[in-house]
Design a protein around this ligand. Sequence first.
Ligand code: CDP
Length: 226
Amino acid sequence: MSTLPFPHSTKVIAIDGPSASGKGTIAARIASILNRDYLDSGALYRLTALFAQQRQIDWTNEEQIAQLAAALPVIFIEGKILLNDLDVTHIIRSEEVGMNASKIAVYPLVRAALLQRQRGFLTARGLVADGRDMASVVFPSAELKIFLTASAQIRAERRALQLGISVNSDEFKQILADIEKRDTADRTRLVAPLQPVADAHILDTSSLNIEESVQKILDWYQIIEK
Ligand code: CDP
């Protein structure tokens, strides 16, 4: 943890962290408490992956995937996500789409194509944005930067609980393996790797529930608001 930029600039709270760290739930809750908009940047990578899959684009074809990313026919409406007028709210959350999202997220052209779209979510209301590179690339002048962590085991247990899967099952082992694989891919890629920036507040949620994590971030937020 280090000093926060002062005067604080962009009205953005950036929340980055690995898969299943709880950042989506925590970020959405903070946005609602502070009456701000919420950007789930991972959804854009997931949508791009799904769109590429639907169009049967070769996963190695960076240029074509970037073109799809730049022109995603997506609408976010009343808690639903429509891609080409089809409701994909649930499909994009599948593990398969998540793995494919991680695959295409390594491409600089894809990341560049999604950059302006992500910044476009910021309005006068202010934003809470979650992802992997919110603080490092998309909103480097965010007023508050949070990096969430939790052990892979704890994150796998949380995901298993969500899915109603026992921690003694083979399915659980698969979830843990998938989380570790995606962590490695996200942390070691050359472009925008998942890493805390120097002025991020590190929050290990291994022994915190959602409410406690939200409260901790709001405490930090109140300090910069003073
Ligand atoms: O829900 P979960 O945290 O597992 O994933 P997500 O936030 O929906 O993101 C899916 C994948 O998209 C991640 O594994 C990353 O590879 C990629 N991603 C990224 O590279 N940069 C972002 N800002 C958000 C997601």
